[in-house]
Ligand binder design. Structure first.
Ligand code: G6P
Length: 486
């Protein structure tokens, strides 16, 4: 292993991977169980046992708790974590403008192709710069030669450039977890904002995206905004070579596959299936977000009931929506719209013994989630736009027998999951016909597809993704070095 990778891995993300909760008047750590967090955890566990090239790992992110609570926390409670933690304490008002403003009312809608939802406000951009600067100052105060910095997602796009300015030799990787839009959409940002964002991203050595398309959009954007050409996904900057590559995020396959046999999961599954005897179950779960296409999905399901009355009372749609970003008006409005549609459709089709849509606005525990995946004859995942969509992958991984995935062709995951039934989520007739096709699919064909899809998910799990990114970051540094010494 090269000298570049002999020190620390520093992960930087907007959120830290845990929350502080009060239990019996004591502060405790509650770790999040998202894909990235569990991947990094298993990687970090290998680090602490000396199985990776890193001596130590550190996670930097904004604190969702206040400084006084952090100081009060008995630090022994952090010892079981496979990484050390450095919280960035940010001013609440500035953070609000950054998170609810520029991140989620400007960048998020624009990058997901909702230009009409985009808010243009110089104040929120200033807050975005301020928080990125605060992260940069924190990192610069502890960055040592040899450290490998891996920055995550759209909240921190200025950060690579800010670090590079002070540390030209730093090793910086960046991964974007959401789509990178076509230049025709990206160009809608104010000129100074888009120039600063591109300049910020160009501070990295390696930039990762979920799909080939996002890589191409980024390269075109750099060409249009900065005039730099690219060749073989590399850009020759005045000071160094930068690479943009595709790394489709995977999941912890074994966690979901083995999860299907946990006693708590089996028990939950029994309860669900006993509640709906002789019914086919269609299931979806999403964060409450307009990009997820929940209202379109409901209209597609309604069209299915309308066109195929023989299926009424024989099928139910369990729709779980997880609260998210509630302060932003576009999210709040969406909740009302979804609930109105559910009420209307249930009002139209329910009978005394049957209600077509079962709705839950809440998060699910891991056990409940896997039990739902296992009970669902059909997973109906139809975002209008999605960087990747891990729910689709989790549904497939949890299945221990048959099952059909209907997936939006506008989710990054559609590129890898071509055996799923792919749909245009805007087209309610197509959604309705595909639901029928899924319900009628012969068991043997379902099994064949699941087997192929699971094989692919096992071949590129979140651990492969992580190791692949870090290896290519190292290769990029070596390539830069060779070019300089040539
Ligand atoms: C997406 C983003 C993440 C973000 C997550 C949850 O997956 O790519 O960066 O953390 O949504 O959103 P939240 O705003 O709750 O962090």
């Amino acid at each position: 292993m090269s000298a570049h990778f002999s020190k620390r891995l520093i992960i930087v993300s907007n959120r830290l991977p845990f929350q502080l909760i009060k239990k019996n008047n004591q502060l405790e750590i509650k770790e999040s169980d998202g894909g990235l967090v569990s991947a990094l955890q298993s990687y970090f566990q290998n680090t602490s046992s000396g199985k990776t090239a890193f001596e130590a790992t550190l996670w930097i992110g904004s604190a969702e708790f206040n400084e006084a609570n952090w100081d009060r926390l008995d630090k022994q409670r952090l010892e079981h974590l496979a990484y050390s933690v450095d919280p960035v304490f940010v001013d609440k008002k500035v953070y609000n403008k950054y998170y609810n403003g520029f991140c989620n009312a400007t960048l998020w809608p624009l990058f997901h192709y909702f230009p009409s939802f985009v808010e243009f406000d110089n104040e929120t951009f200033k807050a975005y710069e301020e928080i990125n600067r605060q992260f940069a100052d924190r990192i610069l105060s502890l960055l040592m030669p040899g450290d490998v910095l891996w920055i995550h997602d759209y909240q921190l796009m200025l950060l690579p450039g800010m670090i590079r300015e002070s540390r030209p030799e730093a090793t910086i990787g960046f991964f974007l977890h959401i789509p990178f839009p076509s230049f025709e959409v990206f160009r809608l940002l104010h000129r100074p904002w888009k120039e600063k964002i591109v300049q910020g991203l160009l501070g990295a050595d390696l930039i990762g995206f979920h799909t080939h398309e996002y890589v191409q959009h980024f390269l075109t954007t750099v060409q249009m905004v900065k005039g730099y050409d690219h060749q073989f996904r590399s850009i020759m900057l005045p000071d160094r070579l930068l690479k943009a590559e595709m790394f489709p995020l995977g999941i912890d396959f074994e966690k979901f596959h083995a999860g299907a046999h946990l006693p708590e999961v089996v028990e939950q599954q029994r309860i669900i299936e006993n509640s709906f005897p002789d019914k086919k179950i269609i299931f979806s779960v999403d964060r409450l977000d307009y990009t997820k296409g929940v209202t379109h999905r409901l209209l597609g399901f309604e069209r299915f009931l309308e066109l195929h009355p023989e299926w009424r009372e024989k099928v139910i749609f369990i729709l779980v929506v997880v609260p998210s970003r509630q302060i932003i008006s576009k999210y709040n409005e969406r909740k009302k719209l979804i609930e109105e549609e559910i009420g209307r459709i249930n009002g139209k089709y329910s009978t005394l013994g049957w209600q077509p849509i079962i709705y839950r606005y809440n998060s699910l525990s891991f056990h409940e989630l896997v039990a739902m995946y296992l009970s669902a004859d059909v997973g109906l995942i139809t975002p209008l736009r999605d960087g990747m969509n891990l729910v689709a992958k989790e549904y497939l991984a949890s299945r221990i027998d048959r099952g059909v995935l209907i997936l939006s062709e506008l989710a990054g995951a559609a590129n890898e999951l071509s055996e799923a039934l792919l749909v245009n989520p805007m087209d309610r007739d197509e959604v309705a016909n595909t639901i029928l096709q899924a319900l009628r699919m012969p068991e043997e064909l379902q099994l064949q597809k699941i087997e192929l899809l699971q094989k692919r998910l096992k071949e590129y799990t979140v651990n492969h993704w992580l190791a692949d990114f870090l290896r290519q970051l190292e290769d990029t540094k070596l390539l830069q070095h060779t070019q300089r010494t040539r």
